[in-house]
Design a protein around this ligand. Structure first.
Ligand code: SAH
Length: 396
């Protein structure tokens, strides 16, 4: 017998709009087995079938909806068709992605909630974040294997959000051969070494690819500061595009070692790169006190707000770094400023940056609005999938 989830009266609206999440609080009763990842039928208070999805018994998001078509079963053929569509969608991106690394499956946006798959050359790196994604990984992996014939498929499901699903961290090889300790990728004119075993996310910030290209547009002969540099995605892009000098700031010495390695991969002379291990807030303050200035500053901090409750504190953090950064930019210089907190919408972020400009006493123009690239699409029925936002600003 299939498991049936009956919604409370009036709680069918989001499912009717094809939003893929059903919250625990919307559920009236459950009939049948409540196993993690179980396929469930979602039914409204009047007994009408709404959608089909997978169950997460431990999460506040109790169901991830996969289909609104009653005739579409959740079976290996379902995963085959979703994976095919996701890969085809990437191949159709124009201009082509122009990198040997790309996101192949972007969870809800590709109709596969909880599933992330990134391609790094001949290797695939996966994250399964929900009970449903975990339960159904086998047919998904089989399809990835048959479509892309990767040398290896590696799992990086060591992410804290899995705790909300009652899932333990899992990492390791799923298929084929172990990836090398450092995997090399090409992105436009740049080469990067990626540590897919220990790096953030699946190893690299693929979501900043288009914005790294924008930084290259402004980098020639510039003195660049890359704050929260991680392994130097922006820094190396700027150096390859002819920056005279790049200074990277990050708290992680491992990340900074990889910045240097990546600069070497791109034949950058050592004296054009400086790495500072430290806190960005303190470092920017000390630059301000010593009157140090830059032509281009990149601010790409980690997520300051995980949820709406943390927004106020996060806004203060964003304001502070933007304020300090603006004080360290030469007249007519450029600021690339980002927020990857999904809870902070683009308008609020703009207001925060405006507040920073006011307090810094600088006149700031927006030259461009920055976002995530086309291989990280946003489904219209899941606007939460738009998490990365940024502003390209000129600072007078
Ligand atoms: N810009 C990077 C990604 C940044 S990820 C890229 O495009 O690849 C965020 C980075 O910020 C991490 O490397 C983390 O080590 C660093 N970090 C977090 N808090 C910090 C702080 N207060 N000061 C300096 N670095 C910090």
């Amino acid at each position: 017998m299939t498991t049936k989830i009956f919604l409370k009266s009036g709680r069918d609206r989001s499912a009717l709009r094809r939003h893929p999440w059903i919250f625990e609080g919307a559920i009236q009763k459950i009939e049948g087995a409540k196993r993690p990842g179980e396929v469930v039928e979602v039914i409204d208070a009047k007994g009408r079938w709404l959608a089909r999805g997978t169950f997460s018994p431990r999460s506040q998001i109790a169901v991830r909806l996969l289909t609104w078509d009653p005739s579409e079963a959740i079976d290996p053929a379902f995963f085959r068709s979703r994976v095919r569509q996701a890969v085809l969608g990437r191949d159709l991106i124009r201009p082509p992605i122009g990198s040997s690394a790309r996101r192949l499956i972007h969870a809800e946006a590709d109709g596969l909630p909880g599933t992330i798959v990134d391609q790094y050359g001949n290797y695939l790196v996966c994250q399964f974040l929900t009970a449903g994604a975990e339960r159904w990984q086998e047919p998904l992996v089989a399809e990835l294997k048959s479509q892309l014939s990767p040398t290896g498929i590696y799992e990086r499901s060591d992410v804290t959000v899995r705790q909300k699903e009652g899932l333990h961290p899992v990492t390791g090889l799923i298929e084929g051969s172990e990836p090398p300790g450092l995997l090399e990728i090409e992105e436009g004119p740049c080469r990067f070494a990626v540590d897919v075993r220990n790096g953030h996310k699946t190893g690299f910030y693929l979501d900043q690819r288009d914005n790294r290209a924008r930084v290259r547009d402004y980098a020639a002969s510039a003195d660049v500061l890359d704050c929260f540099s991680y392994t130097g995605g922006f820094a190396v892009s700027a150096l390859v595009a002819g920056a005279s000098k790049v200074t990277c700031v990050d708290v992680s010495s491992d990340a900074l070692e990889l910045v240097k390695y990546n600069a070497g991969l791109n034949h950058i002379a050592e004296d054009r790169l400086e790495t500072i291990r430290g806190d960005v807030f303190n470092t920017l303050r000390s630059f301000r006190d010593s009157g140090k200035e830059f032509d281009v500053v990149v601010l790409d901090p980690p997520k300051f707000a995980e949820t709406k409750n943390q927004l106020e504190r996060a806004a203060r953090g964003y304001k502070d770094i933007n304020l300090f950064a603006m004080k360290n930019i030469r007249t007519g210089g450029v600021l690339f400023t980002f927020s990857c907190s999904g809870a902070m919408d683009p308008l609020l972020f703009q207001k925060v940056v405006a507040g920073a400009a006011q307090d810094a006493g600088r006149q700031v123009q927006i030259l461009g609005r920055l976002s995530q690239p086309a291989d990280h699409p946003v489904a219209l029925n899941f606007p939460e999938g738009h998490y990365l936002k940024g502003l390209l600003c000129r600072v007078w």
